[in-house]
Ligand binder design. Sequence first.
Ligand code: PLP
Length: 439
Amino acid sequence: MADTKTNKEHNIDDSKYAMETRIIYGKDVSDKWDYSHHVTAPISSSTTFRLDSVERGAQGFKQFAHSSESEGEAPIFIYDRLGEPNKDMLEENLAYVEKGDMAVTFSSGMGAISAALGIFLGAGDEIITHNTLYGCTISLFNNWYPKYNIRVNPVDLTSIENIYPVLNDRTKVIYFETPANPNLDIIDIAGLRKALDDLNKKRTEANQIQIIIDNTFATPFCQRPIELGADFVVHSLTKGIGGFGTDIGGVVIGKNKYRDLLLLYRKDFGAVLNTKSAWSILTYGLPSLALREKQQIKSAMSIAEFLENHPKISYVNYPGLKSYKYHELARKQMIDFNGDFAPGSMIYFSLKGGTPSECKENGRRFMDYVADHAYTMTLAVSLGHTRTLIEHPASMTHSVVPPEKLEERGIDPGGVRLAIGLERTEDLLMDLDEALKAI
Ligand SMILES: *Cc1c(COP(=O)(O)O)cnc(C)c1O
């Protein structure tokens, strides 16, 4: 890279620039790959790499997952499952925007979640989680962890005191989402950090309780949990960060000392992000995140206010609404790159109705009407896309929760989840208004 003009060589101080600008450049010229004459990084699609000599090959294997020994050296790429340039560059940029030391990508959000937990948990260990979570995360905990003799204790983490009755020497991790899926409960990250600091003081280094937060709903544009005291952030890159609904991916972001373990886990369990998806997220998703989130928040705010005042709606959960019970806490922790309140792109609401089954029926009728008639809203799971998506958690994303357990897990049988896209706000309001009139 003799004649390469890197930021480092130019000694450009990027801290002068807003993150909205920096997110477009990321590391710009990366020492992970010499593509200095490309403006956009090329796609690497080689599963294996020429090693030139056995000695260099041996060096590559020695360096893999030994970051302390290979620091500052250009990576020796061996085989895609161990590492390759597109993923490595995406990882540098994701760590950068989430304010973590390092990032390791995975083939999906679930791949990232299993790995972040997997490096800490073994038979006999326990975790504490919030009572509601992404449906497949609940499924991982219900269907698989019992086989490994890992105990999961779901509690209402909106009151931190609820950890104490289930906390014990075997507790290794506290895991949650904030805002939580689907009801948008908000959990006090800094408050939990403080409570854990006191507990961790009495534990050995190897036995520290880790805070792992799924930040998918907020995206790093709206919230950076590591700054607030989380040990790890996980994301489904499939959602707001990917942004276009074209690629599945996941990431774990956190402290450098866990990077090697995560790389080993990824190598051996095999949930590797494919290079083309890494490239799409690096090229389209991340650089456009701030622009997309701003438009989505603007629409979400107007829609939440519209729904809140609508006679057919019983309640609206949206962190931006003053009436929302976690509004004050959200104002403290959901802050964009420029310091402004950023309440996100997700809304959860319920239609008026009598009994739980009548509520569920009303929600179902409303969504079926939308599925048939609304141009700007699509009945589909997922979120953070260009198109606004609407779904019914009780019968779709959270169908893993039995009907009699819905309430205990914080899920309203009639609740509707709305994931705002990039359409013009007025068009979304028009379609919602029409659907509410029609039912
Ligand atoms: C989608 C999602 C996941 C899982 O991500 P995949 O990429 O689909 O595996 C995890 N957590 C949340 C909050 C999600 O929305």
